[in-house]
Write a protein that binds this ligand. Sequence first.
Ligand SMILES: Cc1cc2nc3c(=O)[nH]c(=O)nc-3n(C[C@H](O)[C@H](O)[C@H](O)COP(=O)(O)OP(=O)(O)OC[C@H]3O[C@@H](n4cnc5c(N)ncnc54)[C@H](O)[C@@H]3O)c2cc1C
Length: 317
Amino acid sequence: MGLKSVDKVLKTDVLVIGGGDTGLRAAIEARDKGANVILLAKGNVPGGASVMAAFIAGGMGEESGTPQEHFEDTILGGGYLSNQKLVRKLVEDIPVRIRELEKWGMLFARDIDTHYIAVREGGHRYPRLVQAAGRGSGNRVPHVLLEQAVNRGVDIHLFIFTTGLVKKDNEVIGATAIDMKTGEFIFVHAKSTILAAGGTSKIYNRGACARLNTGDGFAMALRAGAELANMEFMQYIPLGIINEGSPDGYTLGGTPKAKEGYLINRLGERFMKRHDPVWMEKANRARMTVAIAKEIKEGRGCEKGGVLVDLTRITEN
Ligand SMILES: Cc1cc2nc3c(=O)[nH]c(=O)nc-3n(C[C@H](O)[C@H](O)[C@H](O)COP(=O)(O)OP(=O)(O)OC[C@H]3O[C@@H](n4cnc5c(N)ncnc54)[C@H](O)[C@@H]3O)c2cc1C
């Protein structure tokens, strides 16, 4: 790339690409280590999937079991395929991060001062999911992180589409981007570049995902010579509501009551009896997704493609 074709050059110690939870938390850490940080985001900040998440698998409730039990349930749920070192780190670190968020002003739902209200996720022995205080409040995490990033002087640029990583002598030295507000072509020169551009969910033709999640980070990394790992492990939230003809849907993943519904195939059978007679509809997402896919593949799916969730037995409370 010739610098002559660039309208603007910015310089920084650390460039963070992405303004969701991952990018914001990385930017905070880099600032705390004394680095100058520029954060570029294709949309608003916070944005991406981070503003859609409802729960954190925190293991903070009084009846949430031990970190070891959380570890075991997660490994079992992943069919022994998960990286156990990372899972260990996750279950041990989450309570620390939740306390950190609280220190930064996040309020979690509690019924008395010390008791987190936790919800049980499919395939877990104990209720471990915690969420922000206030009914229907969704996820406050990215907003709390944004406040911390701004307070620390992270230089945040909105509506900047990063197009590629730039390499010199086999090292990444920054990234090119287009300012979607002005059309300017930008080069950010950085000692370190952190890719936090979210997932790839929008490559599927239907979903309840963030429209910005088009896998740009994966593509940039691949083009720069990185090896992508675990690409076969796309996670689906199996229960959702779709509008006919629309690419957008609504996930029931954040609606614990929905998990009390019965999954029914075209023949009216409660088919989880066949696939997981112990956990039934309370099986983890991976098992439930595989069970639904098998029902459809074997011809027991409904006319419009999916299976049904029978919620008629669920009362408001
Ligand atoms: C509907 C839904 C519900 C979910 N519920 C939960 C839940 O309850 N609990 C849970 O733990 N997880 C949940 N998740 C998953 C969770 O939201 C994600 O794992 C997490 O938010 C990922 O954060 P992130 O910062 O990596 O990516 P995102 O939050 O997706 O952020 C990506 C950022 O990258 C930016 N970006 C993308 N491409 C570019 C580019 N080319 N140039 C510049 N910037 C770019 C975007 O603008 C955005 O700022 C849910 C996901 C969805 C979709």
